[in-house]
Design a protein around this ligand. Structure first.
Ligand code: ATP
Length: 472
């Protein structure tokens, strides 16, 4: 019941039903008006005929009787004896010469000349409420003409009442036809269209929200199956929706695959480049070469690794190297340092770029000490003797990306060369640092002075071994 009244309410609210109702109503009114105008004049004619018919009986009687009248006096007394109807307001008897033989009441406007041989003529006067009818006695054998003037003012009110009756009828018919058409049209067409619109809104909402329930949407418009054109529209709509759902699902899958691949390539890019540098390359920068005044570079090389490779299988060796370097990677992440690369069994890491940090030397020193611990742990677990040689130096470098294939973010400059030399001229199990690094860290770490040594390509250099943190 509530559903039905809701349906009726939405039907009444629908613009489509209001438009249809308006045009049906107007059409019926126009048709009825076209019919009403001639029927108005017919009705007027009928009423006039009624008035005339009553007088006609009297007129025939008078004119027939007038044939036997010998004198005008007899004729006048005959005329006076004729019973007058209520609508008659005047009469006159004329002879063929248009002379008035007898007359009573209002004077009519009809004369003998108006007859022009006709048996009866009728005339409405200008006021519209007087109606003259003249009968020619010739047809009945008489030489007289009888003219009767009628008061027809009652016809006007009759016609007004008639028009109102018709208008009322037209209104009732129009309302009934409009309402019944609307109910039929509403049930067959408008309500299904409204439901279809609701379904379209539902689809639009679920598509714009990318809702999960898209595939399980139930359409109101599809609840009743139909075989007409509207049914075809609904079926087409439902098929179109199924296609959209399928295509969206396929698009999502494709997007997910693309995203996964993008994430993978992003991850790969971040594995070889610092995040800030990867961003700059993605933004379209082609040449990246930045100078940094103050960074600390570390080289580490596993000592005896070549000898170790002769004692274990190549696969095991690579697995071991992977475990060691993965542990170093974790340390680099722990100390927020930038791993540059591995070169064979060597590992290179830098502190203080691409984003500057003032404690770069300290962070590298901590990492170096931890690297030693990691290596000792691996050696202990394996029961093999291998160690690590670490070289560190601090100073300016140039960092950038070179090449277009297999490119890497790398460092160049004297600081890098010296750090490499510190490693190659160091000792197994030691952290060999240049004076520049020592000068920064001397108050926080323990150092062993190595004195001046000859460094390839540099000559004599004062160097140190970093042994531990200073305990406070
Ligand atoms: N970006 C870098 N990555 C790895 N190693 C580097 C890098 N820059 C310099 N080195 C290393 O530092 C060391 C010192 O370099 P330098 O240019 O002073 O000497 P060199 O002329 O290359 O000498 P050599 O090749 O005989 O060692 C070299 O062993 C070099 O391989």
């Amino acid at each position: 019941m509530e559903k039905r009244s809701q349906a009726l309410l939405s039907l009444a609210k629908a613009k489509l039903s209001r438009r249809i109702a308006f045009w049906i109503f107007i059409s019926i009114v126009v048709i009825e008006a076209i019919i009403l105008v001639p029927s108005y004049f017919r009705r007027e004619q009928e009423l006039l005929e009624q008035v005339e018919n009553v007088s006609a009986i009297q007129a025939r009687f008078f004119l027939k009787s007038a044939i036997s009248m010998a004198t005008e006096q007899e004729l006048i007394s005959l005329a006076k004896s004729v019973k007058q109807e209520t609508n008659v307001v005047g009469w006159a008897v004329l002879n063929e010469k248009n002379q008035v033989i007898a007359q009573k009441g209002e004077q009519s406007i009809v004369g003998v000349n108006d007859l022009r041989g006709q048996d009866v003529i009728r005339m409405l006067d200008d006021r519209g409420d007087r109606y003259d009818v003249a009968w020619n006695g010739k047809a009945l054998g008489s030489n007289y003409i009888l003219v009767i003037r009628h008061n027809i003012s009652f016809i006007e009110s009759e016609l007004v009442a008639y028009v109102w009756r018709i208008i009322g009828l037209v209104a009732i018919i129009s309302l009934f036809v409009t309402a019944s058409t609307l109910v039929v049209l509403g049930t067959i067409v408008i309500l299904p269209i409204l439901k279809l619109r609701e379904d379209l809104d539902l689809v639009a909402d679920s598509i714009s929200c990318d809702s999960q329930e898209m595939a399980v949407l139930r359409f109101h418009s599809m609840l009743a199956s139909r075989t007409d054109e509207l049914g075809d529209v609904m079926t087409a709509f439902s098929q179109m929706y199924a296609r959209i759902v399928k295509e969206i699902a396929e698009r999502k899958m494709a997007e997910a695959t693309i995203q996964k691949e993008k994430d993978t390539s992003e991850q790969l890019l971040l594995n070889i480049l610092p995040c800030a540098i990867a961003d700059r390359l993605k933004r379209g920068e082609t040449v990246i070469a930045d100078g940094f005044n103050d960074v600390t570079v570390l080289f580490a090389d596993i000592v005896n690794f070549t000898e170790l490779s002769a004692t274990i299988s190549p696969v095991k060796l690579v697995c071991l190297l992977n475990e060691i370097f993965s542990a170093f990677d974790n340390l680099a992440e722990k100390y927020s340092l930038e791993k540059i690369k591995t070169i064979g069994d060597a590992y290179m890491v830098v502190g203080g770029l691409p984003l500057y940090r003032p404690d770069h030397a300290e962070a590298i020193a901590n990492m170096a000490l931890d690297m030693q611990r990691v290596i000792n742990k691996f050696a202990g677990e394996l029961g093999k003797s291998f160690d690590i040689r670490i070289g560190i130096s601090t100073g300016p470098v140039v960092a950038g990306v070179i090449g277009i294939k297999k490119f890497i973010y790398d460092l160049w400059g004297d600081t890098v060369n010296v750090a490499s030399r510190m490693e190659s001229h160091g000792q197994a199990g030691s952290i060999h640092v240049s004076a520049s690094t020592h000068d920064i860290l001397q108050h926080k770490y323990q150092f062993i002075d190595r004195g001046e040594i000859m460094i390839k390509g540099k000559g004599k250099m004062q160097t140190y071994f970093l042994s531990d943190r200073l305990t406070t």
